[in-house]
Design a binder for this molecule. Structure first.
Ligand SMILES: [Zn+2]
Length: 429
């Protein structure tokens, strides 16, 4: 016989609301960038410890991560995901101060409101969502494997339960030419910039022929130093996104081909560097999402579900979704501001932000309640997960190191060049 009702769980969130607000305010006013989130880690782990959770800091080899656990025998293993990193210059403009607190409070309220649950409630402190792919690293280290399911909620300007996200691969392309005096001896130079400009234009043309759910966006990161020097070096950086990782990989292949061809035309060399921390596409688990939806209804929170693929970006939660059934619903905290803006940072510290955080924590805790009350629901989630795994797009998890092994990168002058960046910045959403 279960002790504790859904109302008891919600009452626990209400009890915690004062503490939640002050924690979210502290983290919001003390923004810390990716992998530097020591204050947020200290605050959130203190909050969980105070309420009876066992804490391990620095899991998966990341100093600012944590794993908080409360275990009571056999049963479902539920993982709540906490994010708490900020953006450079604009602070908590993605509202991660609310996410971290909501996930921790959900775990605490679930444990307190449902006194005799059987199973394990965990919170994973996931650093560096905005720069470095913390969950990509944690997933590789096996941190999520032990869960039956994982969940978090993200602040937004609309409440929507199902939103897909795009795979994201980052590639740097460097061109090497030969410097010469641009006025006196231009004929002796090889302009790396020309190769980069021509490549950029050809890649732009190619990108217009891709499937509608693909995105290719590039910038120049080096275009020479002085007009009177024929640039010996130029560089481009691209983000390649798609709903299908294989498609994103194939697009990277096309980009490479173009750059090689353009470099060869003028006698330049080219070098590619892939960020191995690629974001997998995110496909929310529908069975788990349905449980979450029911809780929104219970809480009288309006679900404004629109298209699953409209206004989408990328997130390292995609890599968690490759390991266990996962959801990442959006909870409205303001009317118009979109994340990564100063207005959104303000909303994440305003009453609307706190209201959304309470709703998110309540719905997450109640989703856990539903699963503990009826663990048979896990079967449906897992079946859906396995079926998706068998789909083409989930067959081969991305591995930066493997991607180019078969294709040797040959510069026009014959030098094989290939390198992989480690831990370069990664965009979120
Ligand atoms: Zn975010």
């Amino acid at each position: 016989m279960l002790r504790g009702t859904k109302k008891d769980v919600v009452a626990q969130i209400q009890k915690l609301s004062g503490e939640m607000k002050s924690l979210a305010t502290f983290i919001g006013k003390n923004p810390e960038l990716a992998f530097q989130e020591l204050k947020a880690q200290a605050k959130l782990t203190h909050f969980l410890k105070k309420h009876g959770f066992k804490i391990k800091r620095g899991v998966g080899g990341i100093q600012t991560s944590f794993l908080a656990t409360m275990s009571r025998g056999q049963g479902p293993k539920i993982g709540f995901l906490a994010e708490y990193d900020a953006l450079p210059g604009i602070g908590h403009a993605c509202g991660h101060n609310l996410i971290g607190v909501a996930s921790c409070a959900a775990a605490i309220a679930l444990a307190k409101g449902m006194m005799n649950f059987s199973g394990t409630i965990s919170v994973v402190g996931c650093p560096a969502e905005e720069g470095g792919g913390g969950k990509v690293i944690l997933a590789k280290k096996g941190i999520f494997h032990k869960f039956d399911c994982a969940m978090m909620a993200h602040p937004d300007c609309k409440t929507e339960v199902i939103k897909k996200m795009l795979a994201l691969i980052e590639i740097d392309i460097e061109f090497f030419g030969r410097a010469s005096h641009a006025a006196a001896e231009p004929e002796k130079g090889v302009s790396a910039l020309n190769a980069a400009v021509n490549s950029y234009q050809e890649i732009l043309k190619m990108s217009k022929m891709l499937s509608l759910d693909s995105r290719v966006h590039g910038i120049f990161t080096d275009g020479g130093s002085k007009p009177n020097i024929i640039p010996p070096h130029a560089a481009l950086k691209y983000y390649v996104r798609a709903l299908d990782m294989d498609y994103a990989r194939a697009t990277i292949g096309k980009i490479k081909k173009i750059a090689l061809k353009e470099a060869k035309k003028i006698g330049a060399k080219v070098k590619f560097a892939l960020n191995p921390l690629a974001y997998e596409p995110f496909h929310p688990n529908a069975a788990l999402a349905n449980i979450f939806k029911r809780q929104l209804k219970f809480l009288n929170v309006k679900n404004e579900q629109g298209s699953e693929t409209e206004r989408i970006g990328s997130s390292d939660v995609g890599n968690v979704g490759q390991v266990v059934p996962t959801i990442h619903p959006s909870i409205k905290i303001c009317d118009h501001a979109f994340c990564h803006t100063l207005d959104f940072a303000k909303a994440a510290l305003a009453p609307g932000g706190f209201k959304g955080m309470i709703q998110a924590a309540s719905a997450l805790a109640l989703t856990g309640y539903d699963i503990f009350s009826n663990p048979a629901q896990l079967k449906k989630m897992k079946m859906e997960f396995r079926q998706r795994k068998n789909n083409r797009m989930f067959k081969k998890p991305f591995s930066g190191g493997r991607m180019f092994k078969k294709t040797q990168m040959l510069g026009a002058r014959g030098g094989a060049t290939e390198a992989y960046l480690s831990g370069t910045s990664k965009e979120s959403r």
